[in-house]
Design a protein around this ligand. Structure first.
Ligand SMILES: [Fe+2]
Ligand SMILES: [Fe+2]
Ligand SMILES: [Fe+2]
Length: 418
């Protein structure tokens, strides 16, 4: 079954990352639009290949989420002076976590001087050179307003920027009035039509969705470990309960995306080492509606319904819809249990992880209050040790992957002396 269309994967990635920093994704979209027009004019790639490139270009600065954190608004600085850090991180992110690792180096080289890039042996280096031009055009046109002149980079031709790329840019600007289209918002419609050509295999879509889940790690690695825990617990309970394959699959996707709205919640609240104030709790709870808003027109309804019911409770005391037992299906009830289990077996900012006996007694209390479904809790408790063993193995693997990523980051940073 198709849980999400290829085009919607692109829109979903873009819209969810927009939640973290709207300006950064807007910049990504504009750069993608410019590079698309340039490459199409060159005619080297097929339309479906261009679609992959558009996806990559939209996220070319994804590393800035990690390396800039609070300073992300200072785009001019990291895009002009300290450009290596986010390029390296973005490269590693795409190399290890995306379904298009072959294109990852485009991100690595997107700020490299043309002279240096000439010496690099890489199939797609031209794309990197074009991004370098497009992003300068976007950043300077945005910051300089009417003072901006597209020929202002002419003196950099042949040294910092590709002379052929600049010529091409002038040509497509003359043909398609890029800046007017950006100003009127028309370019967004064009990007939508390009997205129609996107064809991702089911495996690739799954990888992109998992990559989105890793984006939660921009905030804290522990959110990623939490997500993996929830997915594992769901899968194992569903297997023990012998749910039909189709339901197991929808549950998997529902679990994967259930907390994606957390990308919009400020880090201070997510990681507060104290009890939250009532208004902070209110804000935190909006993550469900935020996630639903972004997902609802893009993913299959069954999946969204599962994901967005993870804070509901059988007695109707949950949120946001106060659904009751009879209004919910088994996958929803499984995710609710898995989400509670995750909060108990993993450490929180205000307390360490809890021992098995305590976890089981809390779960039983929740069943006694008719908040969690008895059958699901019983299934989990009966296989506690086996399920937790798998959770620990998978979590350790994720942490190891982040370690590798950080180690590689250090190594490459040293090489480039940053
Ligand atoms: Fe950049
Ligand atoms: Fe950029
Ligand atoms: Fe949640």
């Amino acid at each position: 079954m198709e849980y999400i269309k290829s085009k919607d994967i692109y829109l979903l990635m873009r819209d969810l990352l927009k939640l973290v920093h709207p300006r950064l994704m807007e910049h990504g979209s504009k750069v993608a639009y410019m590079v698309y027009l340039m490459l199409r004019e060159r005619g080297r790639f097929e339309e479906f290949e261009l679609a992959d490139i558009v996806m990559l270009c939209t996220m070319h600065d994804i590393g800035a989420y990690m390396t800039e954190k609070g300073k992300i608004s200072d785009m001019l600085r990291y895009e002009s002076r300290d450009s290596m850090a986010h390029s390296i991180y973005g490269y590693l992110f795409f190399k290890y976590l995306s379904p298009v690792p072959d294109l990852a180096k485009v991100i690595m080289y997107h700020h490299m001087d043309y002279e240096q890039l000439q010496k690099v042996d890489y199939e797609y280096k031209q794309i990197a050179a074009y991004i370098n031009i497009a992003e300068k055009m976007d950043i300077y046109s945005t910051s300089m307003g009417s003072q901006f002149d597209i020929y202002m980079f002419e003196k950099m031709a042949g040294t910092s920027l590709s002379p052929d790329g600049l010529e091409l840019f002038y040509l497509v600007e003359g043909k398609y009035s890029i800046f007017d289209n950006i100003k009127s918002g028309e370019y967004k419609r064009d990007l939508h039509s390009i997205a129609e050509y996107m064809i991702f295999s089911n495996e690739d879509k799954k990888k992109f969705l998992e990559m989105l889940m890793y984006c939660l790690g921009f905030r804290s690695k522990s959110s990623v470990v939490d997500n993996v825990t929830t997915v594992c617990v769901c899968e194992d309970i569903a297997q023990e309960m012998a749910l039909p394959d189709a339901e197991r699959e929808t549950l998997y996707y529902g679990a994967l995306i259930h907390d994606i709205g957390m990308l919009a919640i400020p880090q201070e609240i997510i990681e507060a080492p104290r009890k939250l104030e009532p208004e902070e709790i209110q804000l935190l709870r909006t993550h469900v509606e935020i996630g639903e808003k972004v997902l609802s027109d893009k993913m299959k309804r069954e999946v969204v319904n599962i994901g967005m019911a993870h804070h509901e409770r059988c007695d109707g005391s949950g949120y946001p819809r106060r659904l009751k037992d009879v209004q919910m299906n088994m996958p929803q009830c499984i995710l609710q249990v898995a989400d509670v289990v995750t909060a108990l077996v993993n450490p929180r900012s205000y307390r360490p992880d809890l021992p098995k006996e305590k976890v089981i007694s809390i779960l039983n209390e929740e069943v006694a209050k008719n908040r969690l479904k008895k059958q699901v809790v019983r299934t989990f408790v009966n296989s506690y040790d086996r399920i937790m063993k798998r959770v620990r193995t998978e979590s350790a693997e994720i942490m190891k992957m982040y370690e590798t990523l950080n180690m590689q980051y250090e190594l490459i940073s040293k090489k480039y002396k940053i």
